[in-house]
Design a protein around this ligand. Structure first.
Ligand SMILES: [Zn+2]
Length: 189
């Protein structure tokens, strides 16, 4: 689960972008893809914890994984709040940026919960310390050591489906609305 998080984030972002463009005429769904790796910031936090206290897995719960203390709904709430406040100067309504950041962060948690890569995280903290997981998707990074083929294919299918649906509804105009296109255009032009 390295590249897969980003591709899933882009796929979900394309669907949300479609809906938000239709409903509010704006699309800030790039926040979802930009949040694709955010729970993994705990690698730094937990490493620090290990250096200071000699135990692995966290500031919140003592996990069995080498990281995971931000992989829960408590940190989801905290993260989305920080993002909402930080993006205030961009004139994105608080509730909108909060929701998109929470969705991106939450998607990462769901994706981690689906794979066998992790021994399970305490997703429900602070309400429960129990480490959970569904362990459905395989973990082996058989694709150049950076991704699992099945999981990556699933993520790519989601992006392809979103792209096909948007092309059907909006024509090719949606491509110019994506953050990546706009970024490319403003740097090149
Ligand atoms: Zn993770």
């Amino acid at each position: 689960m390295i590249v897969e998080h980003l591709i899933f984030g882009i796929g979900i972002g394309l669907f949300v972008g479609l809906a938000s463009h239709k409903i509010i005429g704006k699309d800030h769904s790039w926040i979802i893809a930009a949040s694709a790796f955010s729970p993994d910031i705990d690698i730094a936090g937990d490493l620090l914890h290990w250096l200071l206290y000699g135990t692995i897995g966290g500031f919140t719960v003592e996990g069995t994984a080498f990281h995971g203390s931000y992989h829960n709904i408590g940190f989801l709430f905290l993260y989305a709040t920080i993002v909402a406040i930080a993006l205030r100067p961009m004139r994105i309504p608080l509730l909108e940026s909060f929701g998109l950041a929470a969705l991106g962060f939450g998607a990462h948690l769901v994706e981690d919960g689906l794979t066998t890569c992790v021994p399970g995280y305490a997703y429900l903290w602070p309400f429960s310390d129990r480490e959970l997981g569904l362990f459905i998707l395989p973990c082996e990074r058989d694709l150049l050591g950076i991704a699992n083929t099945e999981t990556l294919l699933l993520a790519i299918m989601l992006v392809a489906l979103a792209a096909a649906i948007r092309t059907r509804i909006e024509g090719l105009a949606w491509i110019q609305r994506t953050a990546l296109y706009r970024l490319f255009n403003s740097t090149m032009g």
